[in-house]
Design a protein around this ligand. Structure first.
Ligand code: NI
Ligand code: MN
Length: 235
C-alpha cells in the first residue's frame, strides 16, 4: 500500500507507511475542526513543528499513552523531558535545523520556518521548523509548518517532493497568494493546504485556492476534508 496521509484538521496530519504511523502537530483537544480525538490515535512517531499550543496540542498525553517517540527542535525536546511532561530521553529526538535523524526507516529533517515558537507555559521554544520526511518506500513529503513565504523553499524543492503541505490561512502564516508563490518555488507533485478554517481569522476558500494551483503551478492540488485520506502517488 502506498504511503497515505489524513488531515485531522488545522495542522494535524497522520501518515501511514509500511505499517508505521507518524503524527504531526497533534492539536486535537480544543480544535473545533478535529477529525479525531487524542485517545483514538496510535502513532509510532510524533513530530512537533514549533511550540505554539495549536501544534504541541496533545503530543505529551498521546506519547505517554502510546509510548510513541517524539521529535522537535532541541529546545522543545528539552521541554518535553522537563517537569510536568517527563517524557523519557530515550523516546525523544531533538535535532536542529538542517539536521536529521532516522526512526524505523523514516528519515526526518528539520527545515526553516519564519514564525514564533514560545511554548504554552511561556518557555522559549527555539526556532520554528518544517519537516522533510522520507518514508521507507521513498515517498518524500515536506510539511512547511507555520511559516511565511521564504525564497529558500526553492532549495527544499530541489529534493524532489511527492507532496508539499503548506499553510494558506493568512494572519498567522502565509496566505493564499504567498502559498501559490511557495508552490512555484517548491515544485511538488502534489500540494495539500492546511492551517485554515479552524478559527475565524484564518477562514479561506480552499477550493478557489486549488483552482489557482492547478492553473498557475505545475502541482496537483489535494484538498481534503478533516478525516479524509490521500494515497500519495510516487513520481
Ligand atoms: Ni504557530
Ligand atoms: Mn499555528
Amino acid at each position: 500500500m502506498p504511503t497515505r496521509v489524513s488531515w485531522l484538521g488545522h495542522s494535524a496530519l497522520l501518515f501511514e507507511s509500511e505499517g508505521k504511523s507518524v503524527l504531526i502537530d497533534p492539536f486535537l483537544t480544543g480544535n473545533p475542526a478535529a477529525a479525531a480525538t487524542a485517545d483514538a490515535v496510535k502513532p509510532d512517531l510524533i513530530l512537533i513543528t514549533h511550540g505554539h499550543g495549536d501544534h504541541v496540542g496533545d503530543a505529551v498525553g498521546i506519547a505517554k499513552r502510546t509510548g510513541a517517540t517524539v521529535a522537535a527542535n532541541y529546545e522543545i525536546s528539552e521541554w518535553l523531558q522537563g517537569p510536568g511532561r517527563d517524557l523519557p530521553a530515550a523516546r525523544i529526538h531533538g535535532p536542529q535545523h538542517g539536521g536529521s535523524f532516522t526512526f524505523e526507516g523514516i528519515r526526518v529533517k528539520l527545515t526553516l520556518a519564519f514564525h514564533g515558537s514560545v511554548l504554552p507555559d511561556g518557555t522559549y521554544g527555539g526556532n520554528p521548523a518544517g519537516f522533510v520526511v522520507t518514508f521507507p518506500d521513498g515517498t518524500k513529503v515536506y510539511d512547511a509548518g507555520d511559516t511565511a513565504l521564504f525564497g529558500d523553499m526553492a532549495l527544499i524543492g530541489e529534493e524532489g517532493l511527492d507532496l508539499a503541505i503548506v499553510p494558506i490561512g493568512d494572519y498567522y502564516t502565509m496566505g493564499p497568494d504567498d502559498a501559490i508563490r511557495a508552490v512555484k518555488l517548491l515544485k511538488p507533485r502534489h500540494v495539500l493546504p492546511i492551517h485554515y478554517n479552524t478559527f475565524p481569522p484564518i477562514a479561506q476558500d480552499a477550493a478557489r485556492w486549488a483552482e489557482r494551483v492547478a492553473k498557475e503551478t505545475s502541482a496537483k492540488p489535494i484538498v481534503l476534508k478533516p478525516g479524509d485520506w490521500f494515497e500519495i502517488p510516487r513520481g
